[in-house]
Design a protein around this ligand. Structure first.
Ligand SMILES: Cc1cc2nc3c(=O)[nH]c(=O)nc-3n(C[C@H](O)[C@H](O)[C@H](O)COP(=O)(O)OP(=O)(O)OC[C@H]3O[C@@H](n4cnc5c(N)ncnc54)[C@H](O)[C@@H]3O)c2cc1C
Length: 501
């Protein structure tokens, strides 16, 4: 190693919820390992993980209609909903462990109980919701879910949404009380602070510019200190690229074959925010609707109660849009710079296939505030323009890759983990279900990159996540136990659900 270089066990790129979660897991499993974090911004959790950049929904498939699919015979496929719910159960258990072991002092600093509702209008949608409810509510993971198409009942569940609703169109909703609002920004900052207290070096205002493989199989990162302008070199045995929208560029720089033939499709977002206490007090739920025809799944409209900085507000959106940037703080050249010889055909194929989506996103971007208010009034008929402000949300980079089912250049809406064959580097791409599944996704990275340590780590993982490796849907006693213990530790209202199981 030449002068000016440092060497460490692990380097985490980016200080978002993913790196924060992986770093915290690793510190619990291998306390002696040296870990460094490089973040180009001045603080942690400023990009997608920031509380104002995402919707803060603890995605457990309790209300999101896009996690259930109606089959041609009108039965409802709930397999994805079960998977997402199981993943969120893993997050809740890990967060409970952090609270119980005093790594996080007060769960109220990042998680709040809030009912999750699905809402539809129109006869066929109401019938679909009823069928969906019949299937889901019979499953133990969704026990405690209620359905109603009675306007008086619905007015109790969502008064703001039913007020001044003059249309006689049928309306229905499902409601489950065990939902959550999660402040992922606050959680990220708490975890990073804890890591610093555990002697993890967290370097803010340090931008990773390049990643190269060295002959001893370690990775060398070229890092620019944005304060001094100095260029540093840091080596590590394992690198996690948790740079959010910046991950694709860095993965490409690493040159690993697993990172080839992958492209990115950036989708921006806008939320409408209301802080008027008179309006805010009339809504206490996260209410998810149905995406309009042609809209991508991440633009499913929803009206959410949010708890940020001890203040309650309402959030509506997101309105998806098009921006060539890969990060909110990124550059307009990001999209072009991600096109390489190896992914050119994949990107071109996606460009042709997704022409209508691109057109839709550009149209969405051009919407005026009044046009957005019109969509909001579908949820809140009495909404007044002066009560709502537009806020730019985080940027999502959806993965484009060639798949057997979809063919060349297929747009993916999920989260993709890319790892080198020898497990020395891993990257996280994509953004859904997102932060809610950070713990499950980071466990997957541990399994793929550190198989030699898993046996030794398993008892500690089970202490942190009692359901690790076990399906809660198939183990009702454990499900009841986990529901009760996480509800107690995190101050959630899962008791009712646990008693139903
Ligand atoms: C509009 C919207 C709504 C969402 N709603 C939800 C929701 O309700 N529930 C949910 O669970 N998820 C939601 N998500 C998804 C969730 O926000 C993301 O999945 C999650 O925050 C991603 O975390 P991350 O750590 O990967 O990325 P980020 O939080 O973006 O962190 C990446 C970090 O890497 C840094 N970085 C980038 N490049 C470099 C570099 N070269 N060198 C050093 N640092 C670098 C960035 O500055 C950033 O701090 C939403 C996302 C969006 C955009």
């Amino acid at each position: 190693m030449s002068q000016g270089q440092t060497s460490t066990d692990v380097i985490l790129i980016g200080a978002g919820i993913m790196s924060a979660t992986l770093g915290t897991l690793l510190k619990e499993l291998a306390p002696d390992w040296n870990i460094k974090v490089f973040e180009k911004l001045a603080t942690a959790g400023e990009e997608s993980s920031n509380e104002w950049n995402n919707a803060g929904t603890g995605h457990a498939a309790l209300c999101e209609l896009n996690y259930t699919v109606e089959r041609p015979d009108k039965t409802v496929d709930i397999s994805k909903a079960i998977k997402v719910n199981e993943q969120f159960q893993v997050s809740k258990q890990f967060w409970s462990y952090l609270v119980n072991s005093r790594l996080i002092r007060n769960p109220r600093d990042f998680i709040m109980p809030i009912p999750h509702l699905s809402y539809v209008h129109g006869e066929s949608n109401v019938q679909f919701l009823k069928r969906r409810y019949d299937t889901l509510s019979n499953h133990p993971l969704f026990a405690g879910m209620d359905f109603s198409d009675n306007r008086e009942e619905l007015a109790k569940w969502m008064p703001l949404m039913m007020k001044d609703r003059t249309s006689s169109e049928p309306v229905a909703a499902t409601k489950i009380d065990s939902g959550t609002d999660v402040n992922f920004g606050a959680l990220t900052r708490m975890l990073l602070k804890h890591l610093q207290e555990q002697k993890v070096e967290v370097h803010y205002k340090h931008s990773v510019k390049n990643i190269k493989r060295k002959s001893d199989k370690s990775w060398e990162l070229t890092v620019k200190n944005l304060t001094s302008g100095a260029v540093e070199r840091h080596r590590a045995k394992f690198v996690f690229i948790g740079a959010g929208g910046g991950s694709l560029h860095l993965l490409q720089k690493s040159g690993i074959p697993e990172g080839k033939h992958i492209g990115g499709f950036p989708v921006s977002g806008i939320f409408m925010v209301c802080k008027n206490p008179k309006v805010v007090e009339q809504h206490h739920a996260k209410v998810y609707g149905k995406a309009s025809v042609g809209a991508p799944p991440m633009s499913v409209p929803h009206l959410d109660t949010r708890y940020i900085d001890n203040q309650k507000s309402l959030l509506f959106g997101p309105f998806a849009g098009f921006s060539p940037k890969f990060l909110k703080t990124g550059s307009n050249a990001d999209l072009i710079a991600s096109v390489k010889l190896h992914n050119l055909l994949t990107m071109l194929a996606a460009g042709v296939k997704e022409l209508s989506l691109t057109k839709y996103l550009i149209q969405q971007l051009m919407l005026t505030k009044e046009q957005r208010m019109k969509e909001l009034r579908d949820f809140v008929p009495s909404a007044k323009s002066e009560d709502w402000d537009m806020v730019l949300a985080g940027q999502r980079v959806q993965v484009i890759k060639d798949t057997v089912q979809g063919g060349k250049g297929t747009l993916q809406f999920g989260t993709e983990v890319v790892t080198a064959a020898d497990g020395s580097i891993a990257a996280l791409l994509g953004a859904s279900p997102g932060a809610s599944t950070a713990v499950q996704v980071m466990l997957e990275i541990l399994e793929r990159c550190f198989p030699q340590h898993m046996k030794e780590w398993e008892p500690k993982i089970k202490e942190m996540i009692p359901s690790y490796g076990i399906s809660l849907a198939e183990n009702l006693d454990l499900l009841r136990e986990v529901n009760l213990s996480t509800a107690k530790s995190l101050g959630l209202s899962d008791e009712k659900q646990a008693l139903h199981v």
